[in-house]
Ligand binder design. Sequence first.
Ligand SMILES: Cc1cc2nc3c(=O)[nH]c(=O)nc-3n(C[C@H](O)[C@H](O)[C@H](O)COP(=O)(O)OP(=O)(O)OC[C@H]3O[C@@H](n4cnc5c(N)ncnc54)[C@H](O)[C@@H]3O)c2cc1C
Length: 437
Amino acid sequence: MQRVNVIGGGLAGCEAAYQLKKYGIPVRLFEMKPQKMTPAHSCLELAELVCSNSLRSDRLANAVGLLKQEMRELGSLIMKAADATRVPAGGALAVNREDFSAFITEEIERTIELVREEVTDFSAFDPKEPVIVAAGPLASASLMDAVRGLTGDSCLHFFDAAAPIVSAQSIDQEKIFIASRYDRGSDYVNCPLTREEYDTFYHALVSAERAPLKGFENAAVFEGCMPVETMAARGYDTLLFGPLKPVGLTDPKTEKRPHAVVQLRMEDAEGTMFNMVGFQTNLKFKEQRRVFGLIPALKNAEFLRYGVMHRNTFLKSPGLLDRYYRLKDYPTIRFAGQITGVEGYVESAASGLLCGVFTAFEVMGKPLPVFDNSTAAGALALHVSGSVSKDFQPMNISYGIMRPLERQVHAKEERNMKIAMRSLTEISNIKSKYGLK
Ligand SMILES: Cc1cc2nc3c(=O)[nH]c(=O)nc-3n(C[C@H](O)[C@H](O)[C@H](O)COP(=O)(O)OP(=O)(O)OC[C@H]3O[C@@H](n4cnc5c(N)ncnc54)[C@H](O)[C@@H]3O)c2cc1C
């Protein structure tokens, strides 16, 4: 049986390797850590969550909730790990990041040949052996040069940003209340601001000093991961409809909805660290202390990690890849994960899952399973391979890129649930038609 080489032991690469192994295909997984680290990775484990510990909504009425359910049905390793290591987060699926990565590393080390080396070009591989490039948005420069050699100058660069983490004991308990939005639990620490406090915070934020962004001056900022100061600069009220929105929250002290609320989400199962939700930032570290310290509950906050901004590389996939994540001109080479132009942990893992399944079926000489846009996983593959947008940008899953229902349903929640049910039926049909494990 032909061996498959997977480059990158992140979310997509681990999922792809696991799927291949499930079908008895020999796999070699290359991971450059610890020999070489990206600017965002810091631990030795595989499938590291580089920023938030949340895999976002777990509700089927939300497309990322459906994508996760499809992955569970398809026997995903990432979802097994996430379900086994979840921490409370309201309607979201958040995990203890160390346990999550340890779970995946243990499974990979037990069953798959793991090579801790950087791959710098494709000549290291037997040309007949399929390759999956899952090196992520911070793929090493030499590998990207090798990719550029295959694709021409088709790579783009842009930014991503990470939010700060503060220690639980440094949060002023007198100035917070615990609640999830719309009374859906009690998983968030809410830091309310009055109109005057918001005003002071806002003006400090938009005038605060930012870190230099050498070499990236002309890069576009991706809408889904926008620094909080960039968002604020769009207008005085923008944050009140974004990360500081108070809707669905009532402060028990005043029995009123606050003017603005900063939410903190638990980072670890013990609740010793909290992530500032939606506060990706590129402010200088001393400015983060000064400006975020204007949030009353965070006046004396201890920053365990400051927010940072990073390079993010992805392919101009439409036209370059086919719906099976294959490079059209070199079909033994596939791409998976964020580097294909899907956006987010779950989307990256889902593309790795399909990529692993497609490669396994190809090696076995069987017809490739067809996932169309009635499924969330299929819709993502069709988006990255077939988007007609002139300005292709990484994309989170949404019901908007899935096939609409044949009969219109006006109520959004009901419509989404119907699409979700149709998709899960389709996944079950694909499984039995092609014999997916
Ligand atoms: C700073 C930052 C913050 C982000 N925050 C979030 C977030 O909060 N939520 C979210 O949903 N998404 C976030 N993303 C986007 C994205 O979901 C993650 O980057 C996700 O980890 C992508 O998964 P992946 O498997 O494609 O890549 P990765 O998880 O990055 O895995 C790629 C792996 O390949 C390895 N590698 C790279 N080059 C080589 C090579 N040449 N040889 C061998 N190994 C190599 C790397 O060391 C890494 O382990 C963020 C991205 C960045 C850059």
